[in-house]
Design a protein around this ligand. Structure first.
Ligand code: ADP
Ligand code: MG
Length: 399
């Protein structure tokens, strides 16, 4: 074994050893679930539309052993580097964690404990969990879903409970909605559990049905970079809720259940009087079309053509949906000037990451150009990672 496989085997072994040090017994196994990047389909999920995420090789690992006393005991190696409580013990029986008024330094534990409480209804029980991760938190790469899904897989295996993956994704989403109190859609948990290597996942957010779409940029001589712009969206959290409300208002004015149902865009734009709502509708409807077009391109093996689709998505998010931010626009501009095929902001907006599709032999030049643009403006340097479409959550040991 060489390269990343050897490195990840060493990390898994280290996590198992650390578990024994913390809990005084051996773990029964180690489970892993990945983070994700959404290739295209932004602000379409809550409009019942389409998204196209793929799983990263980075994710959350959980070493775990069963407990039969109804207690879930969780410890995170990442919490150690913050001022958070590293070790939290709770009952698997109980109502929503969010209504229990936990101290803020316990907040991270609501994700695994919430999953244990939701899965309890399906026959799982207690466990001791040691959590480790190589995924940045809060950077839009979905560390929360990776944590939920790794926990869910561990609990199901430890307690011999079989739940199919689409159903498990819904239960993990329910944990985040009801237990943690975050109104997220189904994309993150679906990507973390359903993705396969070398593919993106086309997910219909209305039906929950998904299909695998071949996506292996390296095979076309391309690299997909994720650029963390290091800009925080903390101060503009209200904008996300506002966009959702605008979309609901537009759908109701147009007499449809959700903007996904708008079939005649020109007619809809003619009906709406408010220019802001017109712009929002234009983005959502064209973005859904772009997801379908991107799937067509990928199925035809035309990966380089995806760049134009990413650019169109970015312009629409910037000008019609008005959720981009200066670092994102500068990243896309600098990347295109240095020879990238395309790029776009990802996530809710006003901070977070940008993806850039570049010819592999120009990827270094593109990175340097982006870093130089930040430097010129006196911004915190961006961080880069190369995204390789990877498999969904799994038991790592024993294999
Ligand atoms: P994202 O999912 O984009 O990374 P979120 O705000 O949805 O951002 O989720 C991040 C939260 O998930 C963290 O603030 C923390 O509470 C929890 N979390 C994720 N990974 C870990 C980890 N390794 N250890 C402890 N908590 C984690
Ligand atoms: Mg999240």
């Amino acid at each position: 074994m060489t390269g990343p496989d050897a490195a990840s085997a060493a990390l898994t072994a280290a996590l198992a050893t650390a578990f024994t040090g913390v809990f005084g017994r051996e773990p029964e196994g180690v489970w892993h679930a990945p983070g994700r990047v959404n290739l295209i389909g932004e602000h379409t999920d809550y409009n019942d539309g389409f998204v196209l995420p793929f799983a990263l090789s980075l994710g959350v690992s959980v070493a775990a052993a069963r407990r039969d006393d109804g207690v879930i005991e969780v410890r995170s190696l990442q919490a150690e580097s913050t001022r958070a409580q590293t070790h939290v013990t709770a009952s698997v029986d109980g109502g929503p964690v969010v209504s229990e008024g936990w101290p803020s330094d316990h907040a991270w534990a609501a994700y695994p404990v919430g999953v244990a409480r939701v899965l309890r209804e399906h026959g799982t029980g207690g466990a001791s969990l040691l959590i480790d991760s190589d995924l940045p938190q809060g950077a839009g790469l979905s560390s929360s879903a990776a944590l939920e899904c790794a926990t869910a897989l561990a609990l199901c295996d430890l307690h011999g409970v079989g739940i199919d993956r689409p159903a498990l994704a819904r239960l993990a989403q329910r944990a985040e909605n009801e237990q943690v109190g975050v109104p997220c859609g189904l994309m993150d948990q679906s990507a973390s559990l359903l993705c396969t290597p070398g593919h993106a996942l086309m997910l219909d957010c209305r039906s929950g049905l998904s299909s695998q779409v071949p996506f292996a940029p390296a095979g076309s001589g391309l690299t997909l970079l994720v650029v963390d712009t290091r800009a925080s969206h903390a101060l503009t959290g209200g904008e996300y809720g506002r966009r959702r409300a605008e979309c609901e208002e537009a759908a109701s004015l147009l007499g449809v259940d959700a903007l996904r149902d708008v079939k005649d865009l020109a007619g809809a734009l003619g009906t709406l009087r408010d220019p802001v709502l017109r712009r929002r509708v234009q983005h959502v409807v064209t973005e859904n079309h772009r997801v379908e077009a991107a799937v067509g391109l990928l199925r035809a093996g035309a990966v380089p053509e995806l760049g134009a689709m990413l650019n169109a998505s970015h312009l629409s998010l910037r000008d019609q949906f008005e959720v981009s931010w200066p670092e994102a626009d500068t990243t896309v501009d600098a990347a295109l000037r240095a020879g990238a095929r395309g790029g776009r902001m990802v996530g809710g907006g006003f901070g977070g990451s940008v993806i850039v599709l570049a010819p592999a032999d120009r990827a270094d030049r593109v990175r340097d150009a982006i870093a130089a643009a930040y430097d010129e403006r006196g911004w915190t340097p961006p961080e880069f990672l190369e995204a390789v479409p990877s498999g969904g959550g799994r038991r790592v040991t024993p294999a």
